[in-house]
Design a protein around this ligand. Structure first.
Ligand code: TXA
Ligand code: MG
Length: 326
């Protein structure tokens, strides 16, 4: 199916215009605190189908449903385990997505036929205001073509989806910069993380005790979630210390993504430091901006140095590892 085209894609801050497009069953770009989403009425299968067309996303990869609050979530699920309630109380609105048994009002397409729906309440004030203006929840994947780096500004969305969507609600640069953490409750008591993201594992553990982390490394996961090759720029990415590759680059031009206080190596053409002061939150905010910038730049390959594997650093390393998997 070829998505129908719009001759013009507006970037603006008008909530009422955004709400009107969504009421009409159109999908549009919206800001969240993590990354920009490609949103449509989650209860309208035709509107949801358009998301898959615009993103060129395989139908086996389900979508997150965005809600205003716990009460709105309750209307979509057949059960809400106490542990899920506790997580929502602590982390909603915010970058935490919880898998829960869905009600039949959620179209099969949203969950790819799976019995659970992924729910999240975004903290971005414009996303909240938009949800409150609408009588339905919003299905929204990240607003990038399937497999590419997620957008963290309205311009990123425009660069890749112009003329496929009529409107991008501009909420400024995303404050978190990596996608939400995805968690499920197993056996009514075990919190299991399926995707590292904006809420660090340590923060979850401070609230619910030890959590299980089960990241999908395969490129054909039985339970959709995290494909191994994902978040990938077009240029080759090496997720390693620059010192490990500098002798093997054969004169090719290198873009280096670094972190923390250090001096740019002389052999590097473009040097981007995600946070010279070593702040992981700042690094997360800058991550996809840096990958996009280097993908466009006149360099041959990207070297991204691993960050400290803790807090948000773990989610950042996970994205870089997937960007490097080809
Ligand atoms: O921060 C975020 O989560 C952003 C913003 C827009 O909210 N959204 C986002 O969506 O990252 P997306 O579609 O790019 O990634 C959602 C991931 C996918 O890997 C999908 O497979 C998984 O969540 N997922 C969604 N629903 C699921 C379900 N019912 N069961 C298992 N995995 C699910
Ligand atoms: Mg995505």
């Amino acid at each position: 199916m070829t998505p129908s085209l719009f001759t013009h894609t507006a970037i603006d801050t008008n909530l009422e215009t955004a709400a009107e497009w969504l009421r009409q069953g159109t999908c549009i770009g919206i800001p969240t605190e993590t990354v920009y989403g490609l949103a449509a009425n989650a209860l309208n299968a035709a509107a949801v189908a358009r998301i898959f067309e615009v993103k060129n996303r395989p139908a086996f990869d389900p979508l997150i449903v965005h809600v205003t609050d716990v009460e709105a979530a309750e209307a979509l699920v057949i059960a809400l385990p106490p542990l899920a309630r506790r997580l929502m109380a602590y982390f909603w609105p915010g970058p935490l997505t919880i898998l829960l048994p869905r009600k039949a009002i959620i179209p099969d397409l949203v969950t790819s036929g799976l019995p659970e729906v992924a729910l999240r309440s975004p903290a971005h004030p414009m996303a909240q205001a938009l949800l409150r203006a609408l009588p339905f929840p919003l299905a929204a994947p990240s607003a990038n073509p399937f497999g590419y780096v997620s957008p963290t500004t309205a311009q990123h969305v425009f660069d890749q989806l112009q003329n496929k969507i009529p409107y991008i609600l501009d909420g400024g640069p995303c404050s978190v910069g990596v996608e939400s953490t995805i968690i499920a409750i197993r056996n009514n008591s075990q919190a299991t993380v399926y995707r590292l993201g904006g809420i660090p594992v340590e923060a979850l553990e401070a609230v619910v005790g030890p959590v299980d982390v089960q990241l999908n490394e395969s490129s054909n996961p039985a339970a959709p979630g995290m494909l191994a090759s994902h978040y990938a720029p077009r240029k080759p990415v090496y997720h390693t210390l620059f010192d490990n590759v500098k002798d093997f680059t054969g004169g090719r031009k290198i873009g280096l993504i670094a972190f923390g206080p250090q001096k740019p190596p002389a052999e590097v053409t473009i040097y981007l430091n995600l946070s010279p002061s070593g702040d992981l939150a700042e690094a997360a905010q800058q991550l996809f901006i840096a990958l996009r910038q280097l993908d466009r730049a006149d360099i041959d390959l990207i070297v991204a140095e691993p960050l400290p594997d803790m807090g948000l650093g773990r989610a950042i390393n996970d994205r870089l590892k997937r960007a490097a998997a080809k």
